[in-house]
Design a protein around this ligand. Structure first.
Ligand code: XMP
Length: 525
């Protein structure tokens, strides 16, 4: 295991992903967690991430006392990146100072001493890297040596070979450091001697074992299927582990897309052969959402209603089986966990609870079912990979993500007013169908329409209209944590807007959202 201690850098999750892409399992936990959280994971390598702080600030986060001693006596390799390097230098008796010249953006560094971290690079070799720091290592702790310097003379890479400490002032994990992957590879394989053996097949076997250990041989489990990638893969995995003791439910909460219920149920039966009970809870959800405009409150209400529906389903099963189901499966992913659990004390901004995803943050405390979350350490593309191994049909795996709270977070304001849900369904269907027809569905991470609670003046059929405005959003992304807006062809947009305004009553204006994440989120609420 390669463990990443997170000190709040916006790039921390990228380090995790890059290392996994080298077939090495990596996990990320808050850098301020107690020593026992680190030692219990028994990592071979620990990477200290960057962060927005200066080590001199009063509230700057740091690793637990005893970490360095534990690493040394257990033969653990430690790599500090940017702020992580400063921490290492400061805690080992060196000095960190505000640099004479701050370094932001692309810089050249030059190798001063041959070192395993740079593979076969020789003294004098140069490479372009991405720097983003104000502080710099001014005096190194005893035993440390400079391996590379920036073109401005700042320390760019260090090593203390005997004690297995390494440091990089720049960010090897970002694509702006073109040789960064090579550096991570050399560090892990050549310096630390890590084995590249992590495979999705192993993840599957391991998860099946974990589920079997967790669930007793006569326990029953329920799973809510949404028709999306995550819950489908999670259900298929649990089914593989416990067979027919898994009972699936599909909840129509009245917040689904156009004909979603019919389409999804048909596919579950035809392709998955998983027995699924369909529950129509439209009234139950919409009556609770009436008059609610606050986005967080909407999510909390929806999360709570979902659990009520599951509880009722569990009770019904109990009557039929003579035994209470004990577990609930959820398709929670790693980004949900990271975004819902910001590392305490880091002061990080991007990972503050941005939204309480219903499958993590919104669970009521009195929930009676225990959770099985077999995907909670995986990123979306890894879940798709696992799905392929589990032979989940391609039609499921390629679907764009759809949020648990459904169209409620795409109708701004009260979802029960202005015929908003129906209008949105029609607009969304036209948009998505056009995207499929244009053959660009698979190039887009997620596309959808948003209903705005504002009216604008228009002219349709020689008449003045005062109708609603909708927005279209399409983004590209790797994992949903950052995103860029998708650049459509002008003709495509012309065509979609015309179709929407001609076919959907009550809409006379269409806006296109061209904001990336950050500063926006993908969903509007
Ligand atoms: P945001 O809007 O936070 O979304 O940039 C990132 C990704 O997560 C999806 N999303 C959710 N998924 N429950 C979910 O299961 C939720 O409450 C939720 N909110 C957002 C969103 O669609 C995007 O793919």
């Amino acid at each position: 295991l390669v463990l990443i201690l997170d000190f709040g850098s916006q790039y921390t999750h990228l380090i995790t992903r890059r290392i996994r892409s080298l077939s090495v399992f990596s996990l990320c936990i808050s850098g301020t967690f107690p020593l026992s959280s680190i030692t219990s994971l028994n990592p071979k390598v620990v990477i200290l991430s960057g962060g927005p702080h200066s080590v001199h600030a009063d509230d700057s986060p740091s690793f637990a006392d005893g970490f360095v001693e534990w690493a040394q006596s257990n033969g653990v390799f430690v790599l500090g990146i940017c702020y992580g390097l400063h921490l290492l230098v400061q805690r080992l008796g060196g000095e960190v100072r505000v640099g004479e010249k701050q370094e932001y953006g692309r810089m050249e560094i030059e190798v001063e001493k041959s070192c395993g971290i740079f593979g076969g690079k020789k003294v004098g070799d140069r490479q372009v890297v991405w720097m983003s720091h104000g502080d710099e290592a001014a005096t190194l702790p005893n035993g440390f040596e400079v391996v590379a310097r920036s073109q401005q003379g700042a320390v760019a890479a260090v090593e203390d070979k005997d004690r297995r400490f390494y440091g990089l002032q720049y960010h090897p994990e970002v694509t702006h450091s073109p040789e960064g992957m090579e550096t991570l590879r050399s560090f892990l394989f050549e310096v630390c001697g890590v084995n590249a053996g992590w495979k999705m097949e192993d993840v599957m076997d391991e998860e099946i074992k974990v589920i079997n250990n967790m669930v007793g041989s006569d326990d029953h489990v329920i799973c809510a299927l949404s028709g999306g990638v995550d819950s489908t893969v999670a259900a298929t995995l649990v089914h593989r582990a416990i067979g027919d003791r898994l009972h699936c439910i599909f909840v129509d909460n009245g917040l689904l897309r156009y004909k979603e219920r019919e389409r999804v149920m048909e596919t579950f039966e035809r392709d998955l052969h998983l027995p699924v009970t369909c529950v129509d809870a439209t009234e139950q959800f919409l009556s609770k959402l009436k008059g609610v405009v606050d986005p967080e409150l909407k999510r909390k209400i929806i999360g709570k209603e979902f659990i009520c529906v599951f509880d009722a389903f569990a009770k019904e099963l109990e009557n039929n089986l003579g035994k209470k189901p004990a577990f609930l499966v959820q398709g929670t992913l790693y980004p949900d966990v990271i975004e819902s659990c910001p590392p305490p004390g880091t002061g990080r901004t991007h990972s503050h609870t941005i939204k309480s995803h219903h499958n993590v943050g919104g669970l009521p405390k009195d929930m009676k079912l225990k959770l099985i979350e077999p995907l909670k350490l995986l990123f979306k593309d890894e879940v798709r990979q696992l799905g392929r191994i589990l032979t989940v049909p391609y039609s499921f795996l390629k679907r764009h993500p759809f949020p648990g709270p459904g169209l409620a977070v795409r109708v701004l304001g009260d979802v029960t007013e202005n015929n908003a849900l129906d209008t949105l369904r029609q607009v969304d269907e036209i948009f998505i169908q056009s995207i499929k027809d244009a053959g660009i569905y698979d190039s887009i991470w997620q596309a959808f329409a948003v209903f705005l609670p504002v009216k604008s003046v228009g002219v349709q059929g020689d008449q003045r209209t005062h109708s609603h405005v909708v927005a279209l959003r399409a983004v590209t992304s790797q994992d949903g944590m950052t995103a860029d807006w998708y650049h459509f062809e002008r003709e495509f947009l012309d065509d979609v807007v015309q179709k929407i305004c001609n076919n959907v009553r009550g809409v006379n204006r269409v806006a296109l959202d061209i904001t990336s994440k950050p500063p926006s989120t993908i969903e509007w609420e």
